[in-house]
Design a protein around this ligand. Structure first.
Ligand code: NI
Length: 137
């Protein structure tokens, strides 16, 4: 039996979306309000989903306290109350869209999880706009 364990988390962060190859007119046309040169913030909501076999001794797929700590140390401390463009190294050259943020989060968590576990991450940038990445393709 493989079961999925989910943990929710939260962080606030600022960003600006732009493409340095384009002039201001095109950046404004493509990114709209998210191109604001003075940055703007989002309340990001995160759902981390870990799928695996139930350990017969503990009854756990993963210890939720361990998962909580991992998310706190690798994601919340790293991104909460940060300017993603200027303070998070991955976004020095990568546009901090929800799509790119969810991939960065997945990569930062994946390296600390047992290989037998599958990982998927859902990231809400607004209550209605959210993205999903599970490492496949
Ligand atoms: Ni935005």
């Amino acid at each position: 039996m493989r079961v999925t364990v989910n943990r929710k988390a939260h962080f606030n962060a600022a960003h600006r979306l732009y493409c340095q190859d384009w002039d201001n007119v095109k950046n404004e046309a493509v990114f709209g309000k998210c191109n604001n040169p003075n940055f703007h913030g989002h309340n990001y909501e995160l759902i981390v989903s870990v799928t695996g076999a139930i350990n017969p001794q503990t009854g756990f797929v993963i210890d939720l306290n361990d998962l909580k700590t991992l998310i706190y140390e690798k994601i919340e401390l790293y991104m909460d109350h940060k300017n993603l463009n200027e303070q998070v190294p991955e976004f020095k050259t990568l546009n901090p869209t929800a799509e790119n943020i969810v991939v960065v989060i997945w990569q930062r968590l994946r390296q600390h999880l047992d290989e037998a576990l599958d990982l998927a991450v859902t990231l809400y940038e607004t209550p209605r706009n959210f993205v999903y990445y599970d490492g496949k393709a």
